[in-house]
Design a binder for this molecule. Sequence first.
Ligand SMILES: C[S@@+](CC[C@H](N)C(=O)[O-])C[C@H]1O[C@@H](n2cnc3c(N)ncnc32)[C@H](O)[C@@H]1O
Length: 294
Amino acid sequence: MFYDDAGFRLFERITTLPEYYPCRTERQLLEEHAENIVMSACGSARRLRIVELGAGSACKTHILLAAALRQGIEVIYMPLDVSADALETACESIAEAFPPVRVLPQVVNYVSAPPQLSPFIGPTLALYLGSSIGNFKPCESRTILRNLGTQLKADDSFLLGTDLVKEESTLIAAYDDSQGVTAAFNLNILMRLNRELGSNFDVNAFRHSVRWNADESRIEMHLQSIRRQVVEIPLAELELHLDKDETIHTENSYKFDDDALRTLLSQTSFRWELMWKDPQQWYALTLSRKAAYA
Ligand SMILES: C[S@@+](CC[C@H](N)C(=O)[O-])C[C@H]1O[C@@H](n2cnc3c(N)ncnc32)[C@H](O)[C@@H]1O
């Protein structure tokens, strides 16, 4: 629901905010380790297929594509995303920056329709960046990774970007920025519901609210009703009665530690191989392999 055209553009702005450390930290890690990631994924092969779940504008993926081309590797890139707008942006920028890369985009919801990859001769590197996995409950994350695993061959590689548990104030600021861009991103859902489901949300009657739920190890975004109100959502046949301060829970963003990551990967047919973190230990890139037995 977040990623209509307006939501996609707001998210692009979020990634440039000073408080939103995940994007720039992941970018730094990719810049430092891209050569190693590509070499590990390729082995002695001279061609590589890169498949990316929720690619968005794929701006960080450029770092890996550049590293592969520097190593003289032929690359096929398959960005998967629910947003056609995002994929169009990704394809245009890759065509301009990396003409030799063959791009095969797919507009797909990787949750409701597990990705279908055609057989490929050569290694595949699957990417799931931006800590997008943190937006899903643990049981959903396992399903997404298991579905991905079914499409990979033994020893294919998987690079996962995850945000790590850290001080609460740093986490809250990342989702409640001083310019109000994340608030606009959250409230945009109501405009989308009004447009697509004919609802009558008064966007000014809600405020963006962010909480750290330590028990679940997740940041929660909510829309808090500033007064008692009734909202009609005709196409969903819903009438919503909200008390003052009652919230609509719109997003979770789970934060990980090493144990949680090891468990998640081992439960989903991946063998942990390498992990890189920034000096503050705020973010991790984990490279794992599809296990042979699964
Ligand atoms: C937080 S952005 C991350 C984009 C990019 N991977 C990055 O790291 O900057 C999430 C992206 O995933 C896409 N997305 C979210 N849920 C999806 C789903 N269920 N299926 C496919 N794409 C999805 C969104 O459209 C959006 O482009």
